[in-house]
Design a binder for this molecule. Structure first.
Ligand SMILES: NC(=O)c1ccc[n+]([C@@H]2O[C@H](COP(=O)([O-])OP(=O)(O)OC[C@H]3O[C@@H](n4cnc5c(N)ncnc54)[C@H](O)[C@@H]3O)[C@@H](O)[C@H]2O)c1
Length: 275
């Protein structure tokens, strides 16, 4: 691949992906809204661009083969903020990808697109949208956008419904954890699988307590290796009492399922600092 574009490059997951992605292409163009990123790799350039600026997205994707679209507000926020960065931003990326003749968008979707499904039901990649927040609603929009651009314009999309890619800090994460290594493997498969059409896959490690079913996306060859069970004794010993009436504990979306719309939920996830 000649040119690969990564949005959200300054973010937590973008930072994990820059190195591995740079090995898959001649030129990696990393982009974000921040002024710059530290220590560019030898074949990497940085372009500051706001996702909500369509002309900037057109420039960013010029001559690219694929885009790995991870830029977004990564938490629940006001509808207006989500509209600008996550909904209009997604439209601009797909439209620019189409107009520049890219073959595929690899998209960071989220479990929050289906977050109100109860966890007592294992959901597959064909589960109907059931968002838990404006944030999740924007992920539904982008997935539908990806399907429509595939159906109408032949632009492929792989939507990675990531559960939680962060150090394991709570009981929910024993099922929802996606390790950094498995994230990289997932994105590599989303890029190097020859034909994907429009597809959806959950971004989750091989956890004993995994609450979702990826068998409908087996063709992508994603075979996670890590398992959060190694943290279970410590996490369960530290966990508070279980409340089966709390949607935050009963639904796939976790705390996002119980917060008020428009209010951030990430602080409730008890994610420990990485050391
Ligand atoms: N971390 C997780 O567990 C998780 C789970 C599900 C989905 N995701 C998705 O993965 C992606 C990356 O997540 P993350 O944890 O790295 O989040 P993050 O907040 O660390 O990174 C997101 C990046 O997007 C950039 N951004 C926000 N608005 C922008 C705009 N208008 N224009 C340009 N750039 C903008 C931010 O500056 C930031 O660097 C996001 O799309 C998020 O929704 C993450």
């Amino acid at each position: 691949m000649k040119k690969l574009v990564l949005t959200g490059a300054a973010g937590r997951l973008g930072t994990i992906l820059r190195g591995p992605l740079s090995k898959m292409c001649d030129a990696l163009v990393s982009s974000d809204i921040v002024d710059g990123i530290a220590e560019l790799l030898p074949n990497e350039t940085y372009l500051r661009a706001d996702l909500s600026d369509r002309a900037a997205m057109m420039d960013l994707l010029k001559g690219a083969d694929m885009v790995v679209h991870f830029g977004a507000i990564g938490d629940e926020a006001s509808f207006d903020d989500i509209l600008r960065s996550n909904i209009v931003g997604a439209y601009n990326v797909w439209e620019a990808a189409h107009q520049n003749g890219l073959s595929r968008v690899v998209y960071a979707s989220s479990i929050h697109a289906v977050g109100m499904h109860p966890k007592t039901e294992s959901i597959g990649v064909d589960a109907p949208h059931r968002p838990d927040t404006y944030y999740g609603l924007a992920k539904c929009f982008a997935e539908d956008l990806g399907r429509m651009f595939w159906d109408k314009r032949g632009l492929e999309a792989v939507c990675l419904r990531i559960l939680s890619c962060a150090p394991v800090g709570n009981a929910r994460a024993l099922g929802s954890w996606l390790s950094d290594g498995d994230l990289v493997h997932l994105v590599e498969r989303a890029i190097d699988t020859p034909v994907t059409g429009f597809s959806v896959i959950y971004g989750v490690s091989a956890n004993d307590r995994c609450p979702v079913d990826n068998s409908g996306a087996a063709f992508l060859g994603y075979r996670p290796r890590d398992n959060a069970e190694q943290f279970a004794d410590r996490i369960l010993a530290e966990s508070g009492p279980h409340d089966p009436t709390d949607p935050g504990q009963m639904c796939h979306g976790g705390p996002f399922a119980s917060i008020e719309l428009g209010q951030g939920a990430k602080s409730l996830l008890n994610i420990p600092d990485e050391d």
